[in-house]
Design a protein around this ligand. Structure first.
Ligand code: G6P
Length: 369
C-alpha cells in the first residue's frame, strides 16, 4: 500500500494532488482548441433530441449530488431549461414527472450506488433519456444508462471523495456548454471565454496546492473549534455543502452549510465563541452581500475564515484567515474554491489523529439501501 500511495501519507492527499491531471484528462480530449464545439464521446445530445426535452433532472447521492447542484445552476443559466437536482434516495420514493421529454443526468463515482441506480431504472421505465456521469468504467450505472460520459479521475481509494468531485464538475461544465451550444444559447464568444478559462484550471489548481502549507497552518490554529458554518450564496453555497460534508466525513465535527442570507433565520442562534465560520466569497456579484452576513456572525464571537478570489482584499477586514484562489470565470469558481476546503478538512482530521482514508461508519460505495 505504501507504494500505491506514491510517497503521500494518505490516499486522500495523493488524490487531492492528482487533480490537475484529472481535470486535464476529463476536459481536454472533449474541448479541442481549434474547433468551437464540445465533443462528448459520441453522446447524442443533438438538436432533435434536445428540442424535445422540457425538463432535466440531476440525480445523485453525497458528493456526486453536490456536483449535480452546480450542474443544475449552469444548465439553467446557460441553456434556460428547468433543472431539478435531487438526492436519489428522495427522488425514488416520490412520484416524479418522468416521460420521454425528460433528460435525467445521474452522477456517480462508483456507478454502483443503490439509490442512484434505482432512480435511473425508474426514469428508463418511464421512457426518459438517461445520461450517466460515471467514474468506474463498466459499472452498473454505466451499463444501464442510455449514454455515459466518463470522468477520467482514475480509481479513488479514500472514502472521502476529492478528485472524483472535481472531475464531475468538469463533466457538468462540458454538458452545460454542449446543451447551450446545440440550442444556440451560448455565443461563440462566451464559449471561447469559458474554454480558455477551463484550460487554465489545472495550473491554477497546482498553484493552490503549492500553497497548501498555509492551509495546514490554519487547520492547526482552528483544530479545537466546536462547530463550523460554511456559508455562501449562489454557486458558493453549493460549494459550501461539499466543504461541510468533507469536515463531517473525516474530522467528525459538526459542520453546517447554509445559504448566507438564511443565517438570520435560525442558525445564527448557534454562533458563540468557539464557532468557526467559513465564508465562501468566490461569486464576486454577491461578495458584498455575503461580507455583511459575515459581519453579523463575527459580532457574535465566531472566528472567521474566508475563501475569496485574488484581488478582493476587502475580505481581510472581516476575516482573520483568508485563502485566495486564482482569478477565473465565475462559473469555474466552485472547482478552485473546493480545493482549499479539501485540504482544510484533511489537515483538521490529521491533527485530530483520525483514520483519514477509512473514516468511521462510512463506506466508499453504498450498494444497499
Ligand atoms: C458514499 C461515499 C461518498 C459518495 C457517495 C455517492 O457516501 O462515501 O463519497 O459521494 O457515496 O457515491 P457515488 O459512487 O454514487 O458517487
Amino acid at each position: 500500500q505504501a507504494a500505491e500511495k506514491a510517497g503521500y501519507e494518505h490516499f486522500m492527499l495523493k488524490e487531492i494532488y492528482e487533480q490537475p491531471k484529472v481535470i486535464r484528462d476529463t476536459l481536454t480530449p472533449r474541448l479541442p482548441m481549434d474547433q468551437d464545439d464540445v465533443y462528448l464521446d459520441g453522446i447524442n445530445l443533438e438538436k432533435e433530441v434536445l428540442e424535445k426535452i422540457t425538463r432535466i433532472y440531476v440525480i445523485a447521492c453525497g458528493t456526486a449530488y453536490y456536483s449535480g447542484l452546480i450542474g443544475k445552476e449552469l444548465i439553467e443559466k446557460y441553456a434556460r431549461i428547468p433543472v431539478i437536482a435531487e438526492v436519489a434516495s428522495e427522488f425514488r420514493y416520490k412520484d416524479p414527472i418522468l416521460d420521454e421529454n425528460t433528460l435525467m443526468i445521474v452522477v456517480s463515482q462508483s456507478g454502483e450506488t443503490a439509490d442512484t441506480l434505482a432512480a435511473l431504472r425508474m426514469a428508463k421505465k418511464a421512457g426518459a433519456h438517461v445520461l450517466g456521469v460515471v467514474n468506474a468504467v463498466g459499472s452498473s450505472i454505466s451499463r444501464e444508462a442510455d449514454d455515459v460520459l466518463y470522468t477520467w479521475a482514475g480509481p479513488e481509494i479514500a472514502v472521502a471523495s476529492t478528485k472524483a468531485y472535481s472531475a464531475q464538475l468538469c463533466a457538468m461544465y462540458l454538458i452545460s456548454m454542449k446543451i447551450s451550444l446545440v440550442l444556440g444559447k451560448l455565443s461563440t464568444e462566451e464559449f471561447r471565454e469559458l474554454r480558455a478559462a477551463l484550460y487554465q484550471l489545472p495550473s491554477q489548481v497546482e498553484h493552490i496546492l503549492e500553497n497548501a502549507n498555509l492551509i495546514e497552518a490554519m487547520a492547526k490554529k482552528h483544530v479545537n473549534m466546536k462547530n463550523v458554518f460554511y456559508i455562501g450564496r449562489g454557486l458558493d453555497y453549493a460549494v459550501a455543502m461539499e466543504g461541510a460534508l468533507k469536515i463531517k466525513e473525516i474530522a467528525y465535527l459538526h459542520a453546517e452549510p447554509y445559504p448566507a442570507g438564511e443565517l438570520k433565520h435560525g442558525p445564527i442562534a448557534l454562533i458563540e465563541e468557539g464557532s468557526l465560520l467559513m465564508g465562501l466569497l468566490g461569486q464576486e456579484s454577491l461578495f458584498d452581500k455575503t461580507v455583511s452576513n459575515i459581519k453579523e456572525v463575527k459580532a457574535r464571537g465566531a472566528s472567521i475564515m474566508a475563501i475569496a478570489m485574488e484581488g478582493n482584499k476587502e475580505v481581510e477586514q472581516v476575516a482573520e484567515d483568508v485563502i485566495y484562489i486564482p482569478r477565473t470565470h465565475w462559473s469555474l469558481v466552485p472547482l478552485l474554491e473546493n480545493i482549499p476546503q479539501q485540504l482544510f478538512a484533511y489537515y483538521i482530521a490529521k491533527n485530530l489523529g483520525h483514520d483519514i482514508d477509512k473514516p468511521r461508519n462510512l463506506a466508499k460505495s453504498v450498494t444497499v439501501e
